[in-house]
Design a protein around this ligand. Structure first.
Ligand SMILES: [Ca+2]
Ligand SMILES: [Ca+2]
Length: 334
């Protein structure tokens, strides 16, 4: 059974080929492609240039069809130029590297140019959706500019292994973003709290069986890190991320809030009986990202259970807007 991703262009496959999903299928669930070691032929659309994710002189890039995406990894480059939207027939051995499924052409002739087309549209992750096996190798996007649902940068980028790593919150789900140095992307504008729409390929780097973690979002180009534009009218909003959370294990709730420039914000925490137990923000101008460690105003830990976070915005003429989110303080299980 193949699950079709309706937003991706549908391709007519030649009889000799198999779909990308068939090429990378893991029906026995061991985290490795079942066709490991076998040579297959796929026809798929490139989402970037062949050397974009390369660390040496070979090829490391991504292709996808209507069913799935996969990494192309080889010391042999195609003998023709390839860019986003170009359809290729690729023959190669199915391999894996730290959980990343690969097709590995042995020779230049294993690449055949099929045709040019429009660059693929990224598959949109829904709010709270993370990066996992089903989108590994696919061009995806976190955050929806059409609905002004951005992702929030959780930490400043950290340099690591010839690139940069940072995390974003997609609603209450963290996504690891890996900026490969080979892309030439600058992260100088990326700071904790920044709001982004992030396009990139679903990647994986997990050195241990069963290869079910270490998923990453891999931007291709500078334009894949799109800052939320302040020219888009900012609606009054409160986002909470990371609930339930266990303060006894050092976990904290993350809050992101904002609204029109002339509002003053107050954030109160109520328990289930409606009693105010903490005031996190008092009459502040401008939105922010902050953490709450489940303590009251005397910095004492609150009991486990549900709490209501209330954001109140007060306008210059005294007009008042209110929104709430329910969060849960959980036990720290061993
Ligand atoms: Ca398998
Ligand atoms: Ca994988």
């Amino acid at each position: 059974m193949t699950k079709s991703l309706a937003l991706l262009p549908l391709l007519v496959l030649p009889a000799a080929g198999i779909t990308v999903q068939e090429a990378r299928a893991d029906l026995d669930g061991d985290g490795l492609p079942d066709l490991l070691g076998q040579t297959v032929t796929i026809v798929a659309v490139a989402v970037c240039e062949p050397t974009l994710f390369s660390t040496g002189s070979g090829a490391s890039f991504y292709v996808q069809d209507a069913t799935a995406g996969i990494n192309v990894y080889s010391y042999k480059l195609p003998g023709f130029s390839v860019g986003p939207g170009d359809t290729l027939q690729v023959t190669g051995e199915i391999k894996q590297y730290n959980g990343l499924a690969e097709i590995s052409p042995a020779d230049q002739s294993d690449y055949v140019f099929v045709g040019a087309g429009a660059p693929p549209e990224p598959f949109p992750l829904v709010r709270h959706q993370g990066v996992g096996e089903s989108v590994e190798g696919l061009l995806i996007r976190a955050g929806d500019p059409g609905r002004t649902e951005w992702v929030t940068v959780a930490n400043d980028p950290v340099q690591s292994g010839g690139g940069w790593n940072f995390n974003v919150w997609n609603g209450d789900t963290p996504i690891a973003v890996r900026v490969s140095g080979s892309t030439g992307i600058s992260v100088s504008g990326i700071r904790a709290g920044a709001r982004l729409f992030v396009t990139g390929v679903g990647g994986q780097y997990d050195s241990e069986p069963p290869y079910d973690s270490g998923y990453q979002l891999l931007p291709r180009y500078q334009s894949d890190l799109q800052a939320y534009s302040p020219s888009i009218p900012l609606t009054f909003h409160l986002d909470v991320m990371g609930t339930p959370f266990a303060p006894s294990r050092g976990e904290a709730l993350r809050l992101e809030y904002g609204g029109p420039d002339d509002l003053r914000f107050t954030i109160k925490v109520f328990d289930r009986s409606g009693r105010e137990v903490a005031r996190l923000v008092e009459s502040r101008v401008g939105g922010d990202v902050m953490e709450w460690k489940g303590t009251d105003d005397r910095n004492e830990a609150l009991p486990m259970g549900p709490y209501i976070i209330q954001l109140e915005g007060t306008g210059p003429a005294g007009e008042r807007m209110v929104t709430t989110e329910t969060v849960v303080v959980a036990a720290g299980l061993e």
